[in-house]
Design a protein around this ligand. Structure first.
Ligand code: SF4
Length: 338
């Protein structure tokens, strides 16, 4: 069994109206039937446009948002059904690193206070002195000086604040860290340092990561397996190299075609795929394949029948009725891509 297994997870937020907001008039289908597995020690990268549901899915794993249905099995226990008190034990083992380090750190608390808060709540360390020693050890691991203890979040740079965010997760000795856009608020030069740090920590501490990001280059660098989300669903999943070498879902093809080739000496011969229209609202998703309103290869069947993920070999799973035909060039384009 995998360390973390999601089975048909749905997160539907009710849309309420009326003077007391007591009338449900619809739902936002933020996450709509996602199944995936994350192996121990692995990094699973989750990518997709803003609004595709990837952050909601990360929060659902930690039960920071209510799960409408489905299973989130961590180390053999379904967290989705766990009473709140029992969830406390698991909260320590599953931690989150947020996108905005400044926004997630209380400006009125010094670093020792921020880091020891969770330790005290989870009864890590006998007393303050023991917790302080542990914090110093973790600060050294994330590349911050011991004198950071008495300083406040505003005294640090963006990159250092993200290191504090990582340290706050590490002091609780987690098994899994969900990193939500861990470097998107940082300068490019600092991004690489934080990514390298995450990789070093994974190696030395045996951590498992679920990395949520819109930046495909970041996800490629750090992930073993990548899942691509579109409008609440997983449309493709594959080992990182296989996904980048040969994306099979039309949406992934379009995303990849927009990523610049990193070497300026290499001529970029890839076909650009520009998608028609905007991302539909998750409150009113299209019937059938969610991508059919923008897909260059959409056929009649796509408007009525929702495709499921099918393994096309070597763990490359694709949710598209015509993935094989598109690859073989035996299905006509029905929309321009330029
Ligand atoms: Fe495009 Fe149809 Fe495949 Fe959806 S199922 S991605 S609309 S070809």
């Amino acid at each position: 069994m995998s360390l973390l297994e999601l089975d048909d997870v749905k997160v539907h937020f009710p849309v309420r109206k009326g003077i007391l907001f007591d009338r449900t008039v619809g739902h936002v289908y933020a996450v709509d039937g996602v199944s995936l597995k994350v192996e121990a020690g692995q990094t699973y990268g989750l990518v997709g446009e803003s609004g595709c549901g990837k952050t909601t899915l990360g929060r659902a794993v930690l039960r920071l948002t209510d799960i409408t249905s489905g299973q989130v099995v961590f180390d053999g226990t379904d967290l989705a059904k766990l009473p709140d008190e029992e969830m406390r034990t698991f909260r320590r083992r599953l931690q989150m690193v947020f996108q905005d380090p400044l926004g997630s750190l209380n400006p009125r608390q010094n670093i020792e206070s921020i880091l020891s808060e969770g330790m005290a709540a989870h009864k890590i360390g006998e007393d303050r002195a023991e917790r302080r020693e542990k914090i110093k050890e973790i600060l050294a691991k994330v590349g911050l000086p011991a004198n950071a203890l008495s300083r406040y979040p505003h005294e640090f740079s963006g990159g250092q604040r993200q290191r504090i965010g990582i340290a706050r997760a590490l002091v609780l000795e987690p098994d899994v860290i969900i990193c939500d856009e861990p470097v998107s608020a940082l300068d490019v030069s600092v991004q690489a340092q934080v990514i390298n740090l995450l990789e070093e920590l994974q190696e030395s501490l045996g951590l498992t990561y679920l990395v949520i990001a819109h930046d495909l280059a970041v996800v490629r660098h750090i992930s073993d397996v990548i899942g691509v989300m579109y409008l609440g669903g997983l449309v493709e999943e594959a080992p990182s190299d296989a996904l980048y070498a040969a994306p099979k879902h039309p949406y992934t093809k379009a995303l990849m075609s927009a990523v610049p080739v990193p070497d300026p000496e290499v001529e970029d011969r890839r076909e650009r795929i520009l998608l028609a229209g905007d991302l539909p609202s998750p409150a009113n998703p299209p019937a059938g394949c969610r991508f059919h309103t923008r897909c260059p290869w959409a056929q009649d069947r796509c408007g009525t029948e929702r495709p499921t993920l099918v393994d096309l070999g070597d763990g490359h799973r694709v949710a598209c009725h015509f993935a094989r035909e598109i690859e073989a060039g035996t299905v006509e384009q029905t929309r321009s891509t330029g």
